[in-house]
Design a protein around this ligand. Structure first.
Ligand SMILES: N[C@@H](CCC(=O)N[C@@H](CS)C(=O)NCC(=O)O)C(=O)O
Length: 215
């Protein structure tokens, strides 16, 4: 049995969507990030980093969104979250999850949590500028990959790596150059937005429609 500690639209989003895709039973526990609940002593026992997501699996807490996707893919081999174990496609799946978790996700953290890295406003502005440049460079790299090897990260086959990517692309929506402005990323976004799990996730987490203009 699963319990997901989440905050709407945050890094818990891809794990939530994976649970929906896998059609497994789960319960949700809301962590109010604005109220600082991620730093409550009881929550820090589950997630010493004070971030979401945390996934309880039969009562044991596990953290890190990318690792949670790998774990769900391992525990539900027939859920369509990843290619079969022991294949090169599975190696590509692992590679994309680790790449996204190591590159794009930390760049967004630099942008959104610059105050964690410096208390000095001038330094924060420079951290945010560097993060913005880094995010655009990574989006350009992924756009090229999808343009030649898409429409999904693994080619013609959907996987949970795409759930991590669509979450990270959604985070760009208020940036000067949102992901929708890269041609192949935009096609990917349109494709992913047709998934029933995307709509269910928006309904449950009460997220505003993205990409806009869909019902
Ligand atoms: N590497 C972590 C990052 C998680 C993360 O940064 N979560 C953010 C929300 S997107 C959070 O909980 N922020 C609250 C805080 O840092 O106080 C993961 O992938 O699970």
């Amino acid at each position: 049995m699963y319990t997901l500690y989440y905050s709407p639209g945050s890094a818990s989003m891809c794990v939530h969507q994976a649970l929906i895709e896998a059609h497994v039973p789960y319960t949700l526990e809301l962590i109010d990030l604005k109220a600082g609940q991620q730093r409550d002593a009881a929550y820090l026992q589950l997630n010493p980093g004070g971030v979401v997501p945390t996934l309880l699996i039969d009562g044991t807490p596990f953290v890190e969104s990318g690792a949670l996707l790998l774990t769900l893919a391992m525990l539900h081999p027939h859920a369509g979250l990843a290619p079969d174990e022991g294949t090169l496609a599975r190696a590509a799946f692992n590679q994309w999850i680790v790449y996204l978790a190591n590159s794009l996700l930390p760049a967004y953290r630099m942008l959104f949590y610059a105050a964690d890295l410096s208390a000095e406003p001038g330094m924060q502005a420079s951290i945010k500028a560097s993060a913005g440049t880094r995010i655009e460079a990574i989006l350009t790299r992924i756009d090229r990959h999808l343009g030649s090897h898409g429409p999904y990260l693994l080619g013609s086959v959907f996987s949970a790596a795409d759930l991590m990517l669509i979450m990270l692309l959604r985070w760009s929506r208020n940036l000067p150059k949102p992901a929708t402005q890269w041609p192949s990323l935009n096609l990917f976004i349109e494709l992913m937005a047709t998934r029933p799990s995307w709509h269910k996730l928006h309904e449950i987490e009460r997220l505003s429609e993205w990409p806009p203009g869909r019902s």
